[in-house]
Design a protein around this ligand. Structure first.
Ligand code: ZN
Length: 344
């Protein structure tokens, strides 16, 4: 099964889980061989890949906390340079402490781009979109959206590096014609601009450009901004979810916009209870993510070769839905994603 194959999101759940178990066993074997940090940690926990017969068996592996991730030197989580070398590196925002960094090898990055493209392809309202990408290139999402859309045959114009007050996003959009706008709903912590801000300043922006697709990731897209976008002719709204340590790994359902279909393969996403076991359908728990696969040039999956992260609690909780979705996908969904309050 290739990571850019749309069938991955329509497989019978037990077939997909069997594939994920195979990949996670291979990843654990890779970590034990190439990364002393993980071979030590897994030895202490008494974990070997042969014990992982089902996704429930992952409960044997202790959760990797953000504090532990932050305490590790970045290079200690990367295999030896003879095995792979960092191709792309991006840092987290650092809202809960010193920023951390993830490095992707060339094949890891290809997997992340292919998986993001796989999610976006389902929503594309036009065959060859022309997009303005208002995300900064210094963070993960800017280059990731650009690469994923280009993989789908889109033309992508990237925003400049200038701060909003010097050269605004609105002024930059005036320089281009586009039918797809990549932008968060609202500016976060003074960074860049959100669609709501642009519409405050220029209420007819989307209709004037003939924008048909809005792509972004900034938590919930508020109802007012969604309504304004729809009223101006936007046909497709794609709200994506992920975290800086992993990139994008879920996208809003076309039928149920408040639910996010998880894209498994380049990562493994679990929702777990207090004991580290997967919650049942409808259950709520912490979101835990593992770097899983890279993508070979021939389309085959190989172990993730950059920063090794096994079962990191990304700081969010969500409700897991595993029943069939009316949109036709079998990929599990997340709903009501919220930050987990940090213990005092
Ligand atoms: Zn759906």
């Amino acid at each position: 099964m290739k990571l850019d194959d749309a069938a991955l999101d329509r497989l019978a759940p037990d077939r997909r889980d069997a594939l994920l178990v195979e990949w996670v066993r291979r990843q654990i074997a890779f970590m034990r061989t190439h990364v002393p940090f993980w071979s030590d940690r897994l030895a202490k926990a008494g974990v070997v890949q042969e014990q992982i017969q089902s996704l429930a068996d992952l409960a044997r592996i202790p959760i990797f906390s953000k504090e532990e991730f932050r305490a590790a030197r970045p290079a200690s989580l990367i295999p030896s340079l003879a095995t792979s070398s960092p191709h792309v590196g991006r840092w987290t925002s650092g809202t809960s402490g010193r920023p951390t960094v993830t490095f992707w090898s060339r094949t890891d990055w290809a997997a992340l781009v292919a998986s993001t493209a796989r999610m976006l392809a389902r929503h594309a309202p036009v065959p060859a979109p022309i997009a303005f990408n208002s995300y900064g290139q210094g963070h993960l999402t800017g280059p990731l959206y650009g690469a994923a859309l280009r993989r789908l045959g889109a033309t992508v114009y990237d925003r400049s590096h200038h701060p909003e007050e010097f050269f605004s996003t609105l002024a930059q959009t005036d320089l281009f014609d586009f039918d797809t706008l990549i932008i968060p709903a609202r500016a976060t912590r003074g960074k860049s601009a959100g669609l709501a801000d642009l519409l405050d300043d220029d209420p007819n922006l989307l209709a004037r450009h003939g924008v048909r697709w809005w792509i972004g990731s900034s938590g919930t897209f508020d109802e007012l901004t969604v309504r304004l976008a729809r009223a101006q002719g936007v046909e497709s709204i794609s709200n994506l979810y992920g975290s800086s340590e992993f990139g994008i790994f879920a996208i809003s359902c076309a039928e149920r916009p408040g639910e996010f279909h998880i894209s498994q393969g380049h990562v493994l996403v679990e929702v777990i209870d207090e004991s580290g076991h997967p919650v049942p359908n409808g259950g709520r728990g912490r979101i835990v993510v593992t770097h899983l696969c890279g993508l070979e040039e021939d389309g085959g999956a190989r172990p993730h070769a950059g920063t090794q992260i096994l079962r990191l609690a990304n700081g969010d909780a969500g409700t897991l839905l595993t029943d069939a979705c009316e949109c036709g996908l079998t990929a599990p969904r997340l709903r009501d994603i919220r930050r987990v309050p940090v213990a005092a």
